[in-house]
Ligand binder design. Structure first.
Ligand code: FMN
Length: 207
């Protein structure tokens, strides 16, 4: 099934859940990991082809979806299991927040903020720009330097999950530190205890 994302923004996008059933035969999900690692790479030339809802769903589940529902643990490891990294999704139709628990995307702004997520030429036109944001309120037990260190480290795991999914699914991706964080935080109306770590573009490679 390749249902397309709605062109008009809706308040809640329910993501498709084929990977989430624990009853599903694991064989169905098996892709040779070494082959994926061989293909993992950064690509910066994107076409304007959009991702289907199914592909976006799998991408987000791979990034930091819940793989053990009984304890709400995820595909990414997390320091002290703080699970402090939120994934925001900037698309043409708006800015969304990914909720791994309900497996939905919540519309925050019906505005195209993609151009604010980075300074490179391709950024405004990539179908999906992920924004990794640390919720420092979830890390209060940690010292400030510990918070910064683990927020960056935890983001790295999520970003690598995205890289691996993209390699497996034939998508192009680039994680990006080149961005104006204060400007993006302002555009997203983020509170001061929410800290943007990096962004990551995902789409299809240009031919
Ligand atoms: C933390 C981090 C920040 C990065 N920032 C950018 C960036 O802002 N723009 C960009 O084009 N690539 C960025 N990259 C991608 C690297 O340039 C890329 O991973 C590197 O050149 C190695 O290429 P490879 O991923 O294909 O192995 C970043 C990578 C990391 C890990």
């Amino acid at each position: 099934m390749t249902s397309q994302l709605p062109i008009t923004a809706v308040n809640t996008i329910t993501l498709t859940t084929p990977l989430l059933s624990i009853d599903r035969d694991v064989e169905d999900l098996t892709v040779p990991l070494l082959q994926i690692l061989l293909k993992r790479k950064t690509i910066r030339d994107f076409s304007d082809r959009h991702l289907s809802l199914e592909t976006l769903s799998h991408l987000l589940w791979s990034a930091c979806g819940i793989n053990r529902p009984e304890e709400a643990h995820r595909t990414n490891p997390s320091a002290r299991n703080w699970q402090e990294i939120d994934v925001y999704v900037a698309m043409e139709q708006g800015l969304y927040l990914f909720d791994p628990h309900t497996f939905t995307l919540h519309l925050l702004q019906e505005k195209d903020l993609r151009a604010k997520t980075g300074t490179q030429d391709f950024v405004p036109h990539v179908p999906v720009n992920l924004i990794y944001v640390a919720d420092l309120a979830k890390m209060e037990e940690g010292e400030m330097d510990e918070q910064a260190f683990y927020a960056a480290l935890d983001t790295g795991f999520i970003s690598q999950n995205v890289y691996l999914f993209c390699a497996a699914a034939g998508l192009a991706t680039v994680v990006r530190g080149l961005l104006d964080r204060p400007e993006l935080a302002k555009a997203m109306n983020l509170r001061p205890n929410k800290q943007i770590i990096v962004t990551q573009s995902v789409g299809y490679a240009a031919d």
